[in-house]
Design a protein around this ligand. Structure first.
Ligand code: IPE
Ligand code: IPE
Ligand code: MG
Length: 258
């Protein structure tokens, strides 16, 4: 069980973030700037995913979580949404062998029931096939919303409490809820990256970002690469992660290891 809570205990801080979560933003503007249709930016964005996954593997990152489609992205024009769905299918079909060959475990989080059965089937197959891989866990957030995640966890927790009988004093507690979050298998992100210049969370991992270091870059997602990832990691390495403590306490207890 990977459950670790930054609010219940001070987590260990490693020089290389164990878990990086990225809001891949700026595809549309990347394309518009080149007088291309917005969807050309999404297509190029897949290349950036590939190089970022490779770079994370080389750097020893254990969990990479990518925000691909938010629960609010349905508000976009129908053609753009259906292009994104097709792109998701083709990327899954094309990349699965390589992901598996590289020892990557794939997980998809979000309200998948809204998707075409073909997508759900592909996701299930890919998850089952890569379930035993341990080198890197790649999570794709699709039709994901942080509020949806907390709500679905609360619902499932309530159901469980209902079937198992009375709660004891102090329950439900944080650990019980976190166990039902869709990424309960991963530690909380150490580093959050958002490309494309906006400085907001846009309903990504609301619960898990409690003590995550935030990094924003103007680089549009299709231009993001290993060097850009290194810049984000370098910025992370300069942070002092205090988790509520004083600086002096943090330095004394810092078990920073390479
Ligand atoms: C991010 O790029 C990809 C998705 C949200 C699917 P955008 O499409 O939001 O690009 P901009 O922000 O309009 O430039
Ligand atoms: C966030 O980007 C969602 C993804 C990258 C999938 P958006 O482009 O949808 O975010 P807003 O609308 O600018 O906040
Ligand atoms: Mg955007």
């Amino acid at each position: 069980m990977a459950y670790s809570s930054s609010t219940l205990a001070v987590p260990e801080t490693l020089a290389v973030p164990r878990h990086i979560a990225i809001v891949m933003d700026g595809n549309g503007r990347w394309a518009t700037r080149r007088k291309l249709p917005r969807v050309a930016g999404h297509a190029r964005g897949v290349e950036a995913v590939r190089s970022t996954v490779e770079a994370c593997m080389r750097r020893g990152v254990e969990y990479l979580t990518l925000f691909a489609f938010s629960s609010e992205n349905w508000r976009r024009p129908g053609e753009e949404v259906s292009f994104l769905m097709k792109l998701f299918i083709s990327a899954l079909e094309r990349e699965i062998d390589k992901l598996d060959g590289n020892g990557i475990r794939l997980r998809v989080i979000g309200a998948l029931e809204a998707f075409d059965p073909r997508i759900r089937e592909l996701v299930q197959e890919a998850e089952a096939r890569t379930a035993g891989n341990t080198r890197l866990t790649l999570t794709i957030a699709a039709n994901y919303g942080g509020r949806w995640d907390i709500l679905q966890a609360a619902r499932r927790m309530a159901l469980e409490a209902g079937t198992q009988g009375l709660l004891i004093e102090g329950e439900p507690n944080e650990e019980m809820l976190a166990r039902h979050l869709s990424m309960a298998y991963a530690p909380e992100p150490d580093l959050f990256v958002r490309t494309g210049g906006e400085q907001r969370i846009s309903n990504f991992l609301l619960w898990q970002l409690a003590y995550t270091e935030l990094y924003f870059t103007d680089t549009y997602w299709p231009d993001f690469d290993a060097a850009a990832l290194d810049e984000a990691i370098a910025s992370y390495q300069l942070r002092e992660r205090r988790f509520g403590r004083t600086s002096a306490q943090t330095k004394k207890n810092s078990g920073k290891t390479r």
